[in-house]
Ligand binder design. Structure first.
Ligand code: ACM
Ligand code: ZN
Length: 759
């Protein structure tokens, strides 16, 4: 026995130690209930020598547990962890952990339940595991909120080898994720061996290079070949690996669009016959599979059949997104198919949109013959006539989920504006590796509620669960992949697993260091933004001030300045909320125990007549972009050029019609407001603004209007300040009506407005 172990044994003897490493069962995702029993003296001492007892049916789980314990030193205690089946629960993934001084029992409603219990034990370990761990006596009961807890990975835009895919699966297991949506085919590569069509991998798995820089900014292609595919043996091996970790793999064959790799391999499957190339860039193509040709339909049938022979999953993903119809309109075979099917264009769906519905039905029929159902991206809803058992994956926001459930389809929630992990996770773009765009910080992921506003109970029952997607156009290495996933996957896990009334972002952040210690033990790369402070504000209307509070990540301090200077070692340390009642620039930064500085969080406060006034809106904001709601328009905080920052308020289709009663009457001659334009991401410019004033707070008179001739797509991105001048007038209240431009294109276009000021 070495000295450290001897000391540890001595700790056991007295039962407690000021320096002991103590487990905490409030892990990520947070269990449903954790009940400690402080009245019981002593605790279980966990170490690599803790004995594991399990029936044969749980032999694999026992092996996992031994490997998790392997990170600890020996305990010298003679404790036993017993794994059992037989927990009575309606939820097959439920588990209960009972901790007594000499025994821990992990009891699952199934082997999966036991597995999740083990994940909780593993994540409950303290950050410092250089000594045996004290496990407090008590009971944990847990079961997931959703049965579908998904993560998607695109292995096409960049390829990840078998070992990397297995590590990705390990990452999912650590976060209690049970569905791996594997995006295996696309325009830039075909990555699954199909025996009947060998050219798919001989030709289609290779491309000579990749677009340099952001799509739309240039056309130069590098000369670094990207190639790779999985043989069927490798796929079987990966499926087994995942299934041992209670993860089901759902393969995606994206059709009828995103098929350039297949067309390059078999040009006869396209409308024009080619030639085609595996794409080195991300969009801008018009070629898709030709459903007018029998050979193409046979191809779909053959490929899906081989895929279903390989993958045992209940669902097969058939894509269906972003299908341009240009070629079908001109193709005699497609037009002949439309005629043969008796398709007639309607106001809602063109003949070609309905032709895509025919492809969806055809693929769903093949799946049904094998006892499976299909999942499709939300575009499959554009055709009325799709099979009732088709699952809709809502990616263009939550609309696909709302519409899909209204049409009685099961849905999976994967809205881009909350759960696309290829989006930026910080709005400090200069410090981030190039990403596709967007802005989905950890807190945004955490805030997602899968039961969207307005869904009835019947609709909610059709929500299978949430999933995050990682497209890899700008993710060239596995380490970068981990940076994009972690720790956003932790926030996702809590959206998927934890009951909504138990969720709290601040509490989540406090629980993260233990999970991050697991990342470090496993050698996972992860993003550090979560260690930054979050600055929150609350208007104190009666006091005419803004209450500012900063979150402090465990083990760090927050330093701040209010004069616009960059906070440094000599700046004030944040200790308690501040009340701000004058114009200022707040800069705050988190400083780690080792002195490392995070990213400076900055806000500008400008106080004018409407600030902290009573505000009502004529139209509700659009819920995914409501952020702080009406009050955000008069909270004194000025939105920067990131419309997702939380400072802005989004309106979909309706004007921003704000009536503001001042805290006290004021003489004003100018109203200003800002709009935020990000072309082409969905932010829209205003068309007209009207300003009305009221001296008595009841009757309003038009004071001035401002016209904007229209939206110019060439207009640069950013926040624009608009000023409306009029003769000085003393007012009690103000009404500002900001009308949006007409939307166009595939995306919803949202009007983002911030701070309405007057002086
Ligand atoms: C998608 O992101 N095109 C489904
Ligand atoms: Zn065609």
């Amino acid at each position: 026995m070495n000295l450290r172990l001897f000391i540890a044994s001595a700790v056991v003897a007295v039962g407690v130690s000021a320096y002991a490493a103590i487990a905490d069962y409030r892990v990520v995702p947070l269990p449903q209930s954790v009940t400690l029993a402080p009245e019981v003296s002593g605790c279980f001492i966990l170490g690599s020598d803790t004995k594991v007892d399990a029936p044969k049916t749980l032999r694999r789980e026992a092996d996992f547990l031994r490997s998790y314990l392997g990170v600890l030193p020996k305990s010298g205690a003679k404790g036993v962890i017993e794994l059992r089946l037989g927990l009575k629960s309606d939820n097959p993934e439920a588990y209960r952990i009972t901790v007594a001084p000499k025994k821990i029992i992990v009891e699952g409603a199934s082997a999966a339940g036991v597995f999740y219990g083990l994940q909780t034990l593993r994540k409950s370990l303290p950050v410092d595991i250089s000594m045996p761990v004290e496990m407090p006596v008590g009971e944990i009961y847990d079961a997931p909120r959703f049965s579908y807890r998904g993560a998607h990975l695109d292995v096409v835009r960049h390829f990840f080898d078998v070992d990397e895919v297995k590590t990705f699966i390990d990452m999912l297991a650590l976060h209690n994720i049970n569905k791996f949506h594997w995006h295996l085919t696309d325009d830039q590569g075909w990555r699954v061996e199909i025996k009947k069509y060998p050219r798919l991998t001989e030709v289609g798995s290779k491309r000579p290079g990749t677009l340099i820089g952001r799509y739309g900014a240039g056309t130069e292609i590098d000369s670094i070949p990207v190639e790779g595919f999985y043989t069927q043996d490798q796929i079987r091996d990966i499926i087994k690996y995942a299934s041992e970790r209670h993860i089901e793999i759902i393969p995606e064959i994206d059709l009828p669009s995103h098929m350039m790799a297949a067309l390059a391999s078999y040009p006869e499957l396209g409308c024009t016959g080619g030639p085609y190339e595996v794409l080195c860039t991300w969009a801008g193509y018009k070629d898709v599979l030709c459903p007018g040709k029998d050979k193409t339909m046979e191809f779909i049938s053959d490929v899906l059949t081989e895929v279903m022979e390989l993958f045992p999953s209940r669902f097969i993903h058939i894509g269906g997104d972003e299908c341009p119809k240009d070629r079908w309109k001109e193709c005699p075979d497609c037009q002949a198919r439309i005629a043969e099917l008796g398709i007639v264009a309607t106001d809602e769906a063109s003949a070609e949109t309905q032709l895509q519905g025919y492809v969806t039905r055809y693929a769903a029929d093949i799946a049904a013959k094998h006892g499976r159902s299909v999942i499709g991206w939300d575009e499959i809803l554009e055709c009325e006539d799709i099979p009732q058992d088709a699952v809709v994956m809502s990616w263009r926001g939550i609309d696909g989920a709302v519409k899909g459930t209204a049409r009685n389809h099961r849905v999976i929630q994967t809205p881009n504006d909350y759960l696309y992990f290829d989006y930026y996770q910080s709005d400090n773009m200069d410090r981030e590796p190039l990403a596709i765009g967007g802005y989905v910080p950890v807190e945004r992921v955490y805030s997602f509620e899968p039961f969207s506003d307005g869904m009835s109970e019947a609709q909610q029952a059709l929500v299978m669960g949430p999933q995050a997607n990682l497209w890899t156009e700008y993710v060239p290495t596995f380490s970068h992949l981990q940076y994009m996933e972690l720790p956003r996957m932790a926030a996702l896990a809590e959206v998927q697993w934890t009951q909504p009334e138990q969720k709290n972002y601040h509490d989540f952040k406090c629980r993260m260091p233990r999970l991050i210690a697991n990342y470090e033990r496993e050698g996972y790369n992860y993003a550090h933004h979560i260690e930054d402070t979050d600055i929150n504000y609350k208007a104190d209307r009666s006091g005419g001030a803004l209450e500012m509070s900063a979150s402090v990540y465990p083990g760090s301090t927050v330093r701040y300045s209010l004069d616009g200077s960059v906070p440094g070692e000599s700046s004030k340390v944040y200790a308690r909320p501040l009340f701000l009642d004058q114009d200022c620039v707040v800069n705050a930064v988190s400083v780690g125990a080792d002195g490392t500085m995070g990213t400076v969080q900055s806000d500008t406060l400008v106080i004018t007549a409407p600030t902290f006034g009573e505000i009502t809106l004529g139209y509700e904001p659009y819920s995914p972009f409501a952020f702080g709601g009406a009050e955000a328009l008069v909270d004194g905080l000025i939105g920067n050029d990131n419309f997702r920052s939380g400072r802005w308020v989004g309106f979909l289709g309706d004007p921003c019609d704000a009536t503001i009663t001042f805290r006290e009457p004021a003489t004003v001659s100018q109203v200003t407001f800002k709009t935020c334009l990000v072309w082409p991401e969905g932010a829209l410019e205003y068309r007209k603004a009207e300003v009305y004033g009221s001296a008595d707070g009841e009757t309003f008179e038009l004071l001035a209007t401002l016209d904007n001739p229209g939206q110019d797509p060439k207009q640069g991105n950013g926040a624009y300040l608009h000023k409306i001048d009029f003769d000085p007038v003393t007012l009690k209240a103000l009404r500002v009506v900001i009308t949006p431009c007409e939307p166009s294109g595939m995306w919803k276009r949202i009007l983002f407005v911030d701070e309405i000021s007057a002086k």
